[in-house]
Ligand binder design. Structure first.
Ligand SMILES: Nc1ncnc2c1ncn2[C@@H]1O[C@H](COP(=O)(O)OP(=O)(O)OP(=O)(O)O)[C@@H](O)[C@H]1O
Ligand SMILES: [Mg+2]
Length: 358
């Protein structure tokens, strides 16, 4: 088990900066995902940790030791990549044994560890199969066993599930998490799939355009976005323009309606964006009595059935759009064209300065 400290790392390709001042610390045994869209720099950061790329600035430390200049082959790290990267002419067992042979581990110990690793990933019965005789998910399990066999100080996984179909992905990500817990190995897991990152990580590090925009526990990333990119990229949010009226009192206005918003306290920017999760937006037919949480009015324009839940798209009289997830039975009372009161709990409002919006 090891700690990992990334401090002020910057990386340029030519004159283009692809990583800006990245810092991230992992405690021993922690599982952290790097989450972000294609091209944001996840693989580049992972390759810097692995020693395949070198940063222009900053440092990488493992257990307090500066390894920034250490060649990759002296770092003792386990890696699994997106593409199946097994040696095609070796069996599963031979693949797992490979790194042990290179390191000239005692033969009996090699055999013991190969058996142990194949058992850990549930492939003892497939030890003598070649990669082409294994499914994609099984091949990635062998790759994981191979990475772990050398008893690495860190496990680095670069989208190891992205070539697999949806069902196998979910099974294998849970398996990876179980194995990571059992071995206690400090792990960096790269993905662009937010559900994957939120479901298996101790913490998620969200990257956007070469910057680390927020690092936190999955629930905090989802519930307390600190950056507009996080508010829009993680889960689904509707966005409305808002204005700060009184930061001390926690007052904002939305479509010229003054509203108490606890999270407005301490904000400084006048122009804000208000983000609302569809599960927080309540709708009530306009012909009934006015509910206490009603803020705005609008018209139901679209309805998408998801089974137990139906998502309604509502257009405000001012033209903005909001999504609302209702129980299907409630949504059936509000057919397309219905006029509705729109409301939400005060603490469901996330507010961010409008000027930072990407
Ligand atoms: N060897 C290279 N030479 C020049 N530019 C590169 C090189 N490798 C990556 N880049 C650029 O650096 C940026 C970050 O790339 P990187 O592969 O780290 O992104 P990523 O987040 O892993 O994306 P993806 O989700 O598509 O794998 C991209 O704009 C990419 O084009
Ligand atoms: Mg990548």
């Amino acid at each position: 088990m090891a700690t990992l400290e990334i401090n002020g790392v910057a990386k340029l390709y030519g004159n283009r900066t692809v990583l800006h001042d990245i810092s991230l610390n992992l405690s021993s045994g922690e599982f952290v995902s790097l989450l972000g869209p294609s091209g944001c720099g996840k693989t580049t950061l992972l390759r810097i940790i692995a020693g395949f790329e070198h940063p222009e600035r900053g440092s990488v430390r493992v257990d307090g030791r500066d390894i920034t200049a250490l060649p990759a082959n002296q770092r003792q790290l386990g890696m699994v990549f997106q593409a199946y990267s097994l040696f095609p002419n070796m069996t599963a067992a031979e693949n797992v044994r490979f790194g042990l042979r290179v390191r000239k581990i005692d033969a009996a110990e090699q055999t013991r560890r190969v058996g142990e690793m194949l058992e850990l990933v549930g492939l003892s019965a497939h030890a003598d199969k070649y990669p082409h005789q294994l499914s994609g998910g099984q091949q990635q399990r062998v790759a994981l066993a191979r990475a772990l066999a050398i008893q690495p100080t860190l496990l680095l996984l670069d989208e190891p599930l992205s070539a697999l179909d949806a069902k196998v992905r979910v099974q294998l990500r849970e398996e990876i998490r179980r194995i990571q817990r059992e071995t206690g190995i400090t792990t960096v897991f790269v993905t662009h799939d937010q559900e994957e990152a939120l479901s298996i990580s101790d913490r998620v590090a969200v990257m956007f355009e070469g910057r680390m925009v927020q690092v936190g526990a999955p629930a905090a990333i989802y519930q307390e976005p600190e950056h507009p990119f996080v508010a829009q990229f993680i889960g689904i949010s509707s966005r409305l323009p808002a204005r700060l009226l009184d930061a001390g009192q926690g007052m904002i206005s939305v479509m010229d309606k003054p509203l108490q918003a606890p999270r407005a306290r301490g904000l400084t920017s006048g122009e804000l964006h208000l983000y609302l999760r569809p599960e927080d937006v309540q709708l009530h037919a306009l012909n009934g009595s006015t509910p206490s949480d009603a803020v705005l009015q609008g018209t139901v324009r679209e309805s998408t059935f998801f089974g137990a839940v139906t998502r309604l798209r509502v257009e405000l009289d001012s033209g903005e759009r909001l999504l609302s997830d209702l129980s299907t039975s409630a949504a059936q009372q509000l057919p397309i064209g219905s006029r509705v009161h729109i409301g939400w709990p005060a603490d469901a409002m996330r507010l961010l300065p409008a000027k930072d919006t990407p």
